[in-house]
Design a protein around this ligand. Structure first.
Ligand SMILES: *Cc1c(COP(=O)(O)O)cnc(C)c1O
Length: 383
């Protein structure tokens, strides 16, 4: 069956064509590099700076991001799973690049870690036993990081398990222990008492283990807590990607994405009505609205209903009506010059940070970035 060509394309308005993508996600690798170097500059002498590139570099694309960071001197990369490690290793074959797998050994064939030059983070006694047995059987020491729980109660050895491990020192003998690490729960709140508690528990548990080793504690926000938290290796994630690590302070990092989508239709409201599903948003003339090609399937969260906004020619236009799967509708009545079909609107960019969008959605920048959809045409700039 053939469709008449004039039904395929709406009539073009003005000189705008219908070519090109409906939405574009630009990732500015030069800004990621700048954020890395500026975080690194804050470190005490002797501390090294890794990069957390888990979850596909917080949704931005681990291979190009890891390559850009490698060019800035980064040699330590943390991912969550062995599959993620493979994606990074694929583009960084250099033997001095070390890829750490945060989620531990669970479900992964042990030999693959080793073959890939990936270093597992051992989160439990059973992880340690497995890795130790594997190393012993292979007749060669195998590298690993040991994770101590200092108050997050998520992953890592408890104080009791540390005591048990001390009693079974044979377990560590075949392990080439690269770092002892822990993770901060409240580092984004510099005044939170848990920061100092975790710091002192980290030192105390490490002392109890009694192994000469290097240490790692700080995420992005932990870096900002000061030298005491830096130890030998820091592990920034969000700060690299332009998310402000700490709450209520000016951001020390630059935004790294520009997210834009096109206007698909504009509409003059000439009689009272409602906008979108549920008919909850009431609109009365005179008003103008525009329909934009992004929705919750693209990661423009449905919770932005009633709270979101986009920028058109630098002017803020509120989202009206419910966010739907593929579209949002925005009020453009306040614009002096009406935008046209095909014009771009800014969702994240110079006028609105990822943290702003997160605040509108009632979530955090991490969630906004990691949910960015597959339909955006991605481009990488500044490499
Ligand atoms: C995700 C993660 C980080 C990075 O945290 P940010 O807040 O994004 O800087 C560091 N360490 C561990 C163990 C993590 O899981």
């Amino acid at each position: 069956m053939s469709i008449p060509p004039n039904k395929l394309k709406p009539e073009p308005q003005g000189d705008h064509t219908y070519e090109g993508p409906l939405s574009v996600l630009e990732v500015h690798l030069d800004k990621i590099a700048w954020n890395y170097l500026s975080l690194k500059k804050r470190l005490k002498a002797g501390a090294d700076c890794s990069a957390i590139v888990k979850a596909d570099a917080y949704g931005l694309g681990a291979p190009p991001v890891a390559k850009a960071l490698f060019d800035q001197g980064c040699r330590h990369f943390f991912v969550s799973t062995l599959d993620e490690a493979a994606a990074v290793r694929h583009v960084l074959l250099q033997p001095d690049v070390i890829i750490y797998v945060l989620n531990g050994l669970f479900g992964a064939p042990l030999k693959e870690f080793f073959d890939m030059g990936a270093v597992p983070v051992l989160n439990s006694m059973s992880d340690i036993e497995y890795w130790s047995d594997f190393a012993r059987a292979s007749g060669k020491k195998k590298p690993a990081v040991i994770h101590l729980d200092t108050g997050m109660n998520r992953l890592g050895l408890s104080a009791k398990e540390v005591t048990a491990l001390v009693r079974r020192n044979d377990l560590l003998q075949p392990i080439d222990l690269r770092y002892i690490m822990s993770h901060l729960a409240c580092a984004d709140q510099p005044q939170h008492p848990k920061n100092l508690e975790q710091l002192s528990r980290f030192k105390q548990l490490s002392a109890e283990l009694g192994i000469a080793c290097r240490y790692s504690l700080a995420n992005s926000a932990g870096i900002l807590l000061g030298d005491d938290y830096h130890f030998d290796l820091v592990r920034p994630g969000c700060g690299l990607y332009g998310i402000n690590p700490s709450i209520g302070v000016p951001s020390p990092v630059h935004g790294v994405v520009t997210l834009r989508a096109r206007i698909l239709q504009t509409r003059d409201i000439d009689q009272p009505g409602t906008v979108g599903y549920g008919g909850e948003y009431k609109i009365a003339p005179p008003a103008k609205c525009a329909t934009i090609s992004a929705g919750y399937a693209d990661g423009y969260l449905r919770s932005l209903t009633g709270h979101g906004a986009v920028f058109i020619n630098g002017k803020k236009c509120p989202v009206i009506g419910r966010v739907s799967m593929d579209f949002i509708t925005v009020d453009i009545s306040a614009l002096e010059q009406s935008p046209r079909v095909g014009d771009w609107v800014e969702i994240i960019g110079p006028h609105q940070t990822v943290d702003d969008v997160a605040a509108q959605a009632g979530t955090i920048g991490y969630e906004i970035l990691t949910r960015l959809g597959k339909r955006y045409k991605r481009s990488y700039t500044g490499n």
